[in-house]
Design a protein around this ligand. Structure first.
Ligand code: DAH
Length: 339
């Protein structure tokens, strides 16, 4: 009898089907009232005593296996049938797609690129780890020049010639070295300065550099270009250029845009003047052109540089620059509707 039971165990193990009816007839055959298992349970009394233990064990094993088999075949069938139901139901509400959000720095950067590309500027990039020549020397900032102190530099310890670029003006140099005029390019990117971190300043931030080189480029061209830019980005066309100093431009100027004094925020942002400083600019110093292999007797040009972070704070009324690098989803998700 034990051998017969073992045969049944083999049969149960090998049995498989995807038909509901076959599962049911399998269940009746083994587990039904008049099924195989009950038949053997009834035989139990007749089993000689010395075989009872093994018989009991085997019949229990058969019962467990048969029950498990029925359950797992039923489960399989339900899972498949369930799938069919879900995809078959066309009235089922759609699954909502979670939209990501662009980072405010990217949003503003793209806006700036968009504006300048409309007037013929292309986009160029350079490395964040820069050498002394491209970040300083070629830009008319030779060693020991006092203006180097204006930009607290992170140097690479193992190589005194390498540093984290302090401004994107380094890309100007690279672009002029490998292109010939006419040049119209803007260079967005991250820059680094060894500054204390606060709500207003950070040790890394972002800039966009602009460069225009051709024959007969004048200061008037610079002013027109900047005015176009402020009108497009801020909707404000009133600007003023204050004389300033940068080693790489001559003459140099600081650009203010007239923000207005209509609201209390305007007062706060402009410290009651109505004017906001937004960038530095100037006519590219002939020395810089010559350093970069462009003949300053033939060509002239202008350059400008602005901080993207400050503009992002301004446009989106963000009160603390640190929010831009903390990756707090509660902050970042607020930019979902922007692009
Ligand atoms: N590189 C300057 C800075 O980081 C910004 C700047 C000023 C760039 C005047 C220019 C320029 O190209 O002409 O503060």
């Amino acid at each position: 009898m034990i051998d017969q039971l073992k045969e049944h165990i083999k049969e149960v193990k090998e049995f498989t089907t995807t038909s509901k009816e076959h599962i049911e007839s399998f269940r009746i055959k083994f587990l039904g009232k008049k099924g195989i298992l009950n038949h053997y349970f009834a035989e139990f009394k007749q089993v000689p005593n010395d075989q009872k233990k093994e018989f009991g064990k085997t019949i229990n094993e058969l019962k467990e296996l048969a029950t498990e088999k029925v359950n797992s075949l039923k489960n399989n069938l339900e899972a498949k049938g369930g799938e069919k139901l879900i995809y078959g139901d066309l009235t089922r509400p759609g699954e909502s797609l979670e939209l990501g959000a662009r980072h405010p720095i990217s949003i503003v950067k793209n806006q700036i690129i968009d504006i300048f590309s409309r007037i013929g500027f292309n986009v160029s990039e350079g490395p964040e780890i820069e050498d002394d020549w491209h970040n300083f020397t070629a830009l008319n900032l030779p060693e020991h020049h006092p203006a180097r102190d204006m930009q607290d530099t992170f140097f690479i310890q193992t190589n005194p010639d390498l540093l984290l670029r302090t401004h994107t003006s380094s890309v100007q140099v690279r672009y002029m070295e490998s292109n010939t005029p006419p040049i119209r390019t803007i260079s967005p990117g991250r820059v680094y300065r060894n500054e204390a971190i606060s709500a207003r300043s950070h040790c890394f931030f972002h800039q966009v550099e602009g460069l225009y080189i051709d024959k007969n480029v004048s200061f008037a061209d610079l002013k027109q270009t900047l005015q176009f830019f402020t009108t497009e980005l801020f909707g404000k066309s009133k600007i003023r250029l204050r004389p300033s100093y940068f080693p790489f431009t001559e003459p140099s100027a600081e650009v203010d845009v007239y923000w207005g004094l209509e609201t209390e925020t305007d007062y706060k942002m402009t410290k009651g003047t109505g004017w906001l400083e937004i960038m530095g600019c100037g006519m590219v110093d002939p020395n810089v052109l010559d350093n970069c292999g462009i003949d300053s007797n033939v060509y002239s040009g202008f350059a400008f540089g602005m901080g993207i972070d400050r503009i992002a704070l301004l446009l989106h009324q963000i009160s603390d620059i640190r929010l831009l690098s903390e990756n707090d989803l509660r902050f970042l998700e607020q930019f979902k509707s922007a692009f």
